[in-house]
Design a protein around this ligand. Structure first.
Ligand SMILES: NC(=O)c1ccc[n+]([C@@H]2O[C@H](COP(=O)([O-])OP(=O)(O)OC[C@H]3O[C@@H](n4cnc5c(N)ncnc54)[C@H](O)[C@@H]3O)[C@@H](O)[C@H]2O)c1
Length: 299
């Protein structure tokens, strides 16, 4: 059976990706458990091996010495974006990408799949297309993702590594650990009668269900033919924070704290064009708001 590596396998999206990959591959998952949880992979028995390893530590290289991977899915990153910790973003989001790429180069691995983010585009009112530029991210996280894309481009060109960059929107679903739906649910557990919302509720973004995201990532890997492939991902349409608050709050009162964003570095409005992915043949099956409602049922 062919082997693939998934970094960040104990995280939200990584664990769902492993759920799909084990149907076809022997999956080696690595995670340092800084953000992820063993609970997310405890159901994975067949075709799955877990190694608790930090990508930036010495043992990571031994993983590459022990196996020959068909493909490497690099998802590990610092997803705790709102804290704005530049050193952690530099290490876990950017340096980790460089370390994984370097190991791919040394072992002659030719398939590299990367989860980038809409945060690379910075703040814009435009409908963002893959070839828009110049790009000026407004968060350390966005800067680390954009720099990662630059290293992936360089490694692809210098060492013939085929790369698939997936620029994800807000991904939601079971096992999520951050984001407004998760925050709102937790706040309501403390006070079921009142939901306090950061910002004025007008922040509007596409929300994508995690299973659809994994489906799109695998579709892009299997079908996009270029040496350097880069795609925006999203479902259909967008959802405002106000709409989410109303779905989550039920009978509770909602109070908006004001301001145009949840935290400094947050992009209040994100709208990306996904026709490139549509032309490749991937058809979204859910609206953003349907993804929010489904997530609410499953959380
Ligand atoms: N969730 C989203 O809405 C979203 C949106 C855009 C992009 N992304 C990207 O998708 C990927 C997965 O996101 P997620 O939401 O599942 O995040 P997550 O935090 O749940 O998963 C990331 C995993 O990486 C691990 N990790 C971090 N640094 C590591 C290191 N140095 N060595 C080993 N493991 C390390 C963490 O422990 C965690 O389990 C990330 O690259 C993220 O930037 C996510």
């Amino acid at each position: 059976m062919k082997k693939v590596l998934v970094t960040g396998c104990c995280g939200f999206i990584g664990s769902h990706l492993c759920d799909e990959l084990v149907k076809e591959f022997h999956v080696i998952g690595v995670d340092n458990l800084s953000m992820g949880s063993l609970k997310n992979i405890e159901h994975l028995k067949k075709n799955f091996e877990f190694h608790e390893v930090d990508i930036l530590g010495k043992e990571f290289r031994t993983i590459f010495q022990s196996y020959k991977f068909e493909a490497v899915f690099h998802l590990a990153a610092n997803s705790d974006i709102s804290k704005g910790d530049p050193e952690r973003d530099f290490k876990d989001t950017l340096s980790s990408t460089l370390v994984v790429l370097e190991n791919c180069r040394m072992k002659g691995i030719k398939d590299f799949i990367f989860t980038s983010s809409g945060a690379i585009y910075g703040e814009s009112k435009k409908i963002l297309k893959e070839d828009d530029g110049p790009l000026f991210p407004i968060s350390h996280y966005g800067a680390a993702k954009l720099s990662s894309e630059a290293f992936i481009s360089a490694y692809s060109s210098m060492y013939d590594i085929q790369a698939w960059i997936c620029r994800l929107p807000n991904v939601i679903g079971p096992r999520m650990t951050h984001g407004c739906i998760y925050d709102f649910k937790n706040r309501l557990k403390i006070n079921p009668k009142l939901l306090t919302v950061k910002g004025d509720g007008t922040q509007t973004k596409p929300y994508m269900y995690v299973k659809d995201t994994v489906d799109a990532i695998l579709f892009i890997w299997r079908n996009a033919p270029d040496m350097l492939n880069y795609y925006n991902l999203a479902g259909i349409g967008q959802t405002s924070v106000k709409e989410i608050a109303e779905i989550v709050a039920g009978d509770a009162d909602i109070v908006y704290q004001g301001g145009d964003r949840g935290w400094k570095g947050d992009i209040p409005t994100y709208n990306c064009q996904t026709s490139k992915l549509g032309l490749l043949g991937w058809v979204p099956r859910r609206t953003s708001t349907a993804a929010v409602k489904l997530t609410m049922k499953k959380l």
